[in-house]
Write a protein that binds this ligand. Structure first.
Ligand SMILES: *[C@@H]1O[C@H](CO)[C@@H](O)[C@H](O)[C@H]1NC(C)=O
Ligand SMILES: *[C@@H]1O[C@H](CO)[C@@H](O)[C@H](O)[C@H]1NC(C)=O
Ligand SMILES: *[C@@H]1O[C@H](CO)[C@@H](O)[C@H](O)[C@H]1NC(C)=O
Ligand SMILES: *[C@@H]1O[C@H](CO)[C@@H](O)[C@H](O)[C@H]1NC(C)=O
Length: 367
């Protein structure tokens, strides 16, 4: 597995000397796009982390100069990430492009052959106070950027691009993390632009452009017993174009407990989105895994404010909630979605809430 990296990494792993710099070229990396520079990157990182810096508060810098560097993935069998930052508190990443070169891997999957496991391009895990700015991620084999078990992560100005037909190439996946902000991102991939998994709270997504792709998703939840829920999610400012879904919450049709509480979607435009607003509590792809069972994930307090645009299918608003734990506190305010120039349709099952302002098609929520 190989990919190409041009990235400037700045780390504050330890208190350090006045911005000591560790240039990967000084550790043997070659900007020729052909020489495997992975060991040099790791050596530069190790030296920076080792820099205890004589009391200065300025963090050491790992510098990747202009050029294209080839970095093979670590051979470690249990690594599912190409580039992984683990316990990197205070990590800062500034600029650069990570090209996962997923094409051959997707082709292998499409051919139904036995393929290697594939890898997430960038995995940030067990790290607090992380800041990433102006990073571009291309053609990941699987998800582009994973945030796992972190507190306080700001991702600003991400650009993520992979073909619409590339499988499972989520843009940003967040799980077991709190205080994650995704600001000013452009995401065009073959799967979710942003997906928020179990154990995620206090998330802000502001000004995102999404599409093609599968939209902004909370879930899938309730896939495992004893899962932690999702709470306090704000999506403010989103433009979705040509996506499979717009704003989606999905839970498995299985009796596992869980919750989604306190979600606000505001200032959202849709252009030709197949399922602009969707809550699906009967998620069961291929009708495997107990179809017909009722989800025990409780969804409450979900607001949709100032959502407008066009649906690519007749039903633009679908609240298909659990029979045993109906959705409550769903609020629609100034929602206008059309299908072929006419008001679209709505579908409600076990869905309670209210509507205010201009809501077209009219709400089917029960009080
Ligand atoms: C870490 O620092 C120590 C003491 O300065 C030094 O002996 C050692 O070689 C350094 N290790 C690395 C990987 O730079
Ligand atoms: C983040 O950094 C600040 C200041 O450096 C610190 O007070 C805070 O505890 C850190 N937060 C986490 C979650 O580590
Ligand atoms: C919700 O999350 C935001 C960050 O998006 C945070 O500022 C706010 O304090 C959180 N609210 C609660 C009630 O925890
Ligand atoms: C909804 O938006 C369409 C297209 O912009 C507009 O023609 C229509 O009047 C709007 N409907 C309402 C009820 O405001």
């Amino acid at each position: 597995m190989a990919g190409v990296v041009t990235v400037v990494v700045v780390t504050a792993a330890l208190g350090a000397a006045a911005a000591a710099e560790y240039n990967v070229v000084g550790y043997g990396a070659r900007p020729d796009g052909r020489t495997d520079s992975a060991r040099a990157f790791l050596a530069a990182w190790a030296a920076a982390c080792n820099d205890t810096g004589g009391g200065s508060s300025t963090a050491p810098v790992v510098r990747v100069p202009a050029g294209t560097f080839l970095c093979s993935a670590p051979a470690a069998v249990d690594s599912t990430a190409w580039i992984q930052f683990h316990y990197a508190h205070g990590l800062k990443i500034r600029g650069g492009t990570l090209d996962g070169r997923g094409e051959a891997f997707w082709a292998c999957k499409a051919a139904g052959r036995q393929c290697p496991p594939g890898s997430t391009t960038l995995d940030i895990s067990q790290s607090n106070n992380v800041s990433v700015r102006r990073l571009t991620l291309l053609n990941s084999k699987t998800a582009h950027l994973s945030v796992f078990d972190c507190a306080g992560v700001t991702l600003r100005g991400l650009r993520i691009v992979a073909p619409a037909g590339s499988p499972n190439t989520d843009g940003v996946h967040v799980q077991f993390s709190c205080g994650v902000r995704i600001l000013g991102a452009t995401v065009r991939t073959g799967d979710d632009c942003v997906s928020l998994g179990p154990g995620t709270s206090d998330v802000l997504v502001r000004n995102i452009r999404c599409g093609p792709g599968h939209g902004i998703s909370i879930g899938s939840l309730g896939g495992e017993p004893g899962e932690v829920g999702v709470r306090n999610v704000t999506v403010d400012g989103a433009a979705l174009a040509g996506t499979q879904n717009g704003l989606r919450i999905k839970t498995w049709g299985r009796p596992n407990r869980g919750h989604v509480a306190g979600v606000s979607f505001a200032r959202v435009t849709m252009r030709g989105v197949r399922n602009p607003i969707v809550v699906d509590q009967n998620y069961s792809p291929g009708n495997l895994n107990c179809p017909g069972k009722s989800s025990a994930v409780k969804i409450s307090g979900v607001e949709y404010t100032d959502v407008e645009g066009t649906s690519a299918t007749p039903v633009a608003v679908r609240f298909d909630c659990s029979g045993s734990y109906p959705c409550t506190g769903i609020m629609l305010k100034n929602v206008n979605l059309t299908y072929q120039g006419e008001p679209a349709q709505t579908f409600c099952r076990n869905a309670h809430g209210s509507a205010s302002g201009v809501v077209s098609p009219p709400s089917c929520l029960s009080s």
